[in-house]
Design a protein. Structure first.
Length: 255
């Protein structure tokens, strides 16, 4: 049986990453393997292609996935020495993260839509600034895991927003962005539950339920657009279901 979106897109996203990255350094390859071991590792690529699978949308999504790997799998984890940093060391992880960020822009510039490029580039810059601030002492009492979880919200939102525009649905850019934000929030809140004590965890569960309900509402709005192209009907709802199912699965050992 032929898989459908989102599952059908995952091999294409992985192939694009492998074709783009020529560096075979062990740190880079290990970070990518850990990334692709996550069912939601390619969430930004899936969001960018929610309303269409044109190459520009996929390029933007993959570029944002690479930034995610650089920040969340490498740079941010230098603070606590988990994941790849624990195995490969600080210097190797810094260099690998820098390489992946530069590779992200190599993919990104294939998109010829200058306003979209500007929007995405500004979001990446802002996220990198927040990445640096996450290493500073916290004054508002937020846990390290909560600060880390916040980094990916903007990347997911702009992936969905850019994908809608590049797929010819600029009028749906705002609800697409909301879908990205809510699905990433659902992902982050689910992770926070696992790192919290009972009372705090229950609060995160309640917020995760609200994020899921909001994602479902937004997906219905996107899927109700008139006359979708063949094969593109109902994809927002399919993506929400995919994320919900993935979050029920146990985390991989090296996550």
């Amino acid at each position: 049986m032929t898989p459908k979106y989102p599952e059908s897109l995952l091999p294409r996203i992985r192939a694009l990453v492998q074709d783009t990255l020529t560096c075979q350094a062990e740190t880079v390859q290990l970070a990518l393997e850990m990334h692709f071991a996550q069912r939601l590792g390619a969430l930004r690529g899936l969001l960018a292609c929610c309303l269409g699978e044109g190459q520009p949308a996929m390029d933007v999504g993959v570029a944002l996935d690479l930034v995610h790997v650089s920040l969340q799998r490498l740079h941010v984890r230098l603070e606590d020495g988990t994941g790849v940093p624990a195995m490969m060391g600080t210097g190797a992880c810094v260099l690998a993260g820098d390489y992946l960020t530069s590779a992200a822009f190599k993919v990104l510039i294939r998109c010829r839509d200058l306003p979209v490029l500007d929007r995405v580039a500004r979001t990446i810059t802002h996220t990198c600034e927040q990445d640096n601030r996450a290493l500073e002492p916290e004054t508002r009492g937020r846990s390290r895991h909560r600060r880390r979880a916040a980094l990916d919200l903007a990347l997911a939102g702009v992936a969905a927003e850019a994908g809608a525009i590049l797929s010819g649905h600029a009028e749906l850019a705002r609800p697409a962005r909301r879908l990205g934000l809510r699905l990433q929030a659902l992902h982050a809140l689910t992770a926070l539950v696992e790192h919290s004590e009972a009372a705090e965890a229950e609060g995160y569960r309640a917020r995760a339920r609200r994020a899921l309900a909001g994602a479902r509402r937004t997906a219905r709005q996107l899927d109700s657009r008139p006359n979708p192209a063949p094969g593109l009907a109902g994809r927002a709802g399919d993506l929400v279901g995919f994320v919900e199912q993935a979050l029920r699965q146990p985390k991989p050992v090296l996550a």
